[in-house]
Design a protein around this ligand. Structure first.
Ligand code: 5AD
Length: 359
């Protein structure tokens, strides 16, 4: 195990078998685990110091035309209370967030046809105009390349689209026929070509996931070279087909975070809300396993309890100000500092697509 950890850390490629070995033997020796986390922290600190980047998450619609079996806002869940924020409401979230020091706004939503390309572009352009010093991240699913280009031209800089699983058979077990891994990968490729900073990622412990699947996720990420990698534990939602499936675990998610930090020393790696949901100190532990980004919600209090991808989601009853303050305190307590900065991928600049391929 030690040898494999060192090999990962020295930027040598591990093959599928070696990755599977690490994952399946991750709990053999607690000292090895700690060694992985220690190196992961060192790499994060080398690249980003003790700074944690803040992303203000604005969950602007929970309408979705897709029917992913794991997700609480899937089209088929008629118990979900649907909402859509107006552009003015989104601007209010940005205004509040800017005041707290956020310099990245993440507009996340289900795949909601009411939000046409024109409406998205209008909203992005308005934020771009008012906040020229902020990064705008979109997380609104699969679109045509021409749409991605329009959003980029309107001022969006980043795009989050988790690949969910790189294996076509596993992908089929998590999604209905209408969705395919091939199309998802094409979207990620298009986004990168256009010049976005892109984020891919997957759920840890999703139903039917094997160690081989996870190894393939790592190998796919190696090939894609995203700027951001979002991972978090799968957590069941009681109004989905996966209501009885086991949740992903803290220890497995932390181990994956550590491995990812060693494989991608400069990547922007969030300690996600799902991680904070399965353990009260999940996000802190995520940072201590190599994460360097947190994404507190800026969504209005009235809708927070409705953007429920999984059961038990934390921070649904708080105001944005409380969440921001809470996050500052949490990071300070473990010796880190949340900073007011865009937190771009090192070496990225707008209009330099592919410029960060040398790393
Ligand atoms: N548990 C954990 N994560 C989930 N996501 C969706 N549903 C769940 C769930 N039940 C994740 C997916 C998606 C991201 C926005 O949230 O990976 O890409």
């Amino acid at each position: 195990m030690r040898e494999l950890i060192r090999k990962l850390d020295s930027q040598k490629e591990l093959d599928r078998e070696e990755l599977v070995y690490m994952l399946s033997h991750r709990n053999d020796n607690p000292e090895d685990r700690e060694y992985l986390f220690q190196l992961a922290r060192e790499r994060a600190i080398e690249n980003y110091g003790h700074q944690i980047y803040l992303r203000g998450l604005i969950e602007f619609t929970n309408y979705c035309k897709n029917d992913c079996y794991y997700c609480g806002i899937r089209a088929g869940n008629n118990k979900a209370e649907r909402y859509r924020l107006t552009e003015d409401q989104v601007m209010d979230c940005c205004d509040a967030g800017y005041g707290f020091g956020f310099r990245t706004f993440v507009l996340q939503g289900g795949e909601d046809p009411w939000y046409t390309d024109d409406r998205i572009c209008h909203m992005v352009a308005r934020i771009r105009d008012k906040y020229p010093d902020c990064a705008i991240t979109l997380s609104i699913g699969e679109k045509e390349r021409t749409s991605y280009q329009k959003f980029f031209d309107a001022g969006a800089d980043r795009y989050l689209l988790r690949h969910e699983t790189a294996d076509p058979c596993h992908y089929r077990k998590l999604h209905p026929e209408a969705l395919s891994i091939e199309h998802r990968k094409k979207c990620l490729r298009d986004l990168k070509d256009i010049g976005y900073q892109i984020g891919a990622g997957f759920m840890v412990g999703s139903p039917y996931q094997t160690y081989e699947n996870l190894a393939d996720d790592f190998l796919y990420l190696k090939e894609l070279q995203p700027h951001m990698i979002g991972i978090g534990p799968f957590i069941h939602h009681s109004d989905t087909p996966f209501r009885d499936m086991a949740d992903g675990t803290l220890e497995m998610t932390l181990f994956c975070l550590g491995m990812l930090r060693l494989m991608f020393p400069k990547v922007l790696l969030p300690a996600t809300t799902a991680l904070g949901t399965i353990d009260p100190l999940g996000r802190e532990k995520g940072v201590q396993a190599g994460a360097n980004v947190v994404m507190p919600s800026l969504s209005p209090k009235g809708v927070r309890g409705k953007y429920l991808l999984y059961d038990g989601k934390i921070c649904t009853g708080e105001e944005a100000a409380e969440c921001h303050h809470c996050m500052e305190m949490r990071m300070e307590r473990i010796g880190y500092k949340t900073v007011s900065a865009r937190g771009d991928y090192k070496g990225w600049s707008r209009g330099a697509a592919g410029a960060c391929d040398e790393r």
